[in-house]
Design a protein around this ligand. Structure first.
Ligand code: FES
Length: 363
């Protein structure tokens, strides 16, 4: 059946239980006001929320609920630069992914709204120049918003935009037209091979005063090459955000794996992890679920018929964040900061466990 919420828009084919859970977890329907094929592989989607969108941190993303046959799937999409009253995303179709991007490409035409949560910022754009942006493929999406902020602030910035083919680079033409080749370098690997991105950064940063910040978003090898290639330069800080090739994916299902030199506080607490021990999760209705050693809370809940939301299943995206009602978590995620871990208010139930034998969760 096609779910109709409050007699209004078609959201896709969620069953009633899933829809209830999504709404309870903070998802809301937002009208789709525009759909455009940016390239044959990249779909541009414009949403028009009722609430104000001005003042969003550049690099923020939203979570989109997609009704796959096996249940709701949550996908993360960065916000692209655009008019203040809209939320714009760009979805790369990934036929070898987990099905979320393919569903959006095939079914969005029949939806007048999408169920979304957010926006949320995890990239940590600091807004101080000089700034060197590096974007690989669909990793350009959050970078467009950061560039808009840097340009309007009059910062000194440059973009290295890397893609396999010109036609797969949805924003190359518009960025070049708007900012010119002094600001925007487009590198096509099919024609020119892999670029030495670290060398490009060093060359640009040489002679500029103060610290250069590098924001990189794209495939893991690109991100790692910059982190390691620039690690010995105290005048260059690298902040990165990658995609997970195993996820749905090379689209902008984004997984936060730490943010270079700036966001190392989001690593799990050292020493908090030990051998897995069995424990009991108490649910909001007072029922209990046993979580054996070697089994995640999400897995145990699923076996017990309790539905939860998840995406990465690796503690890197934040989708499964759950409120702790009583007890302490053994945090094993890389989403929450060290302060948030210490506060013991929420936990990522795909990877984190209980300290001790019981924990009560708002489920
Ligand atoms: S599902 Fe991504 S952090 Fe748990």
């Amino acid at each position: 059946m096609t779910a109709i919420l409050n007699g209004s828009p078609a959201l896709g084919e969620f069953d009633g239980v899933s829809l209830d859970m999504l709404i309870r977890q903070g998802f809301r329907p937002v009208p789709v006001s525009g759909v455009e094929a940016l390239t044959p592989e990249v779909l541009g989607i414009e949403l028009t929320p009722a609430e104000a969108t001005a003042g969003l941190v550049p690099g923020s993303h939203i979570e989109v609920a997609v009704p796959l046959p096996e249940g709701p799937a949550i996908r993360h999409y960065s916000l692209v630069a655009g008019p203040a009253e809209t939320l714009r995303i760009a979805v790369l179709r990934e036929d070898r992914g987990r099905g979320g991007s393919a569903w959006l490409h095939e079914h969005l035409a029949s939806c007048t709204s999408l169920l979304i949560r957010g926006p949320r910022d995890t990239f940590g754009y600091r807004g101080v120049g000089p700034v060197f942006f590096v974007a690989g493929g669909i990793g350009i999406t959050p970078v467009t918003a950061m560039i808009a902020a840097a340009a309007s602030a009059g910062d000194d910035w440059h973009l290295l935009y890397i893609g396999r083919r010109q036609e797969s680079m949805a924003f190359a033409e518009v960025l070049l037209a708007e900012h010119g080749p002094e600001r925007v370098s487009v590198h096509i690997t099919e024609a020119a091979g892999r670029p030495d991105a670290a060398a490009a950064v060093r060359e640009w940063a040489a002679g500029r005063g103060g610290e250069t910040t590098v924001y990189v978003c794209g495939p893991v090898p690109l991100m790692r090459s910059l982190e390691t290639g620039l690690a010995d330069d105290p005048a260059i800080a690298v902040i990165s955000e990658d995609f997970d090739d195993a996820a749905d994916t090379s689209a902008n299902v984004r997984e936060r794996t730490g943010r270079g030199t700036v966001a190392s506080a989001s690593a799990p607490i050292a020493g908090a992890q030990g051998e897995d021990e069995a424990f009991v999760v108490e649910l909001g209705d007072g029922s209990e679920v046993d979580v054996p050693a070697g089994c995640s809370i999400i897995e145990a809940l699923g076996r017990a018929g309790v539905r939860t939301l998840s995406s990465c299943q690796k503690g890197t995206c934040g989708t499964c964040e759950t409120v702790i009602l009583d007890g302490q978590a053994d945090h094993r995620d890389s989403v929450l900061s060290a302060e948030e871990h210490a506060a013991q208010e929420t936990m990522m139930i795909c990877v984190s466990r209980a300290c001790g034998t019981r924990i009560a969760l708002d489920l």
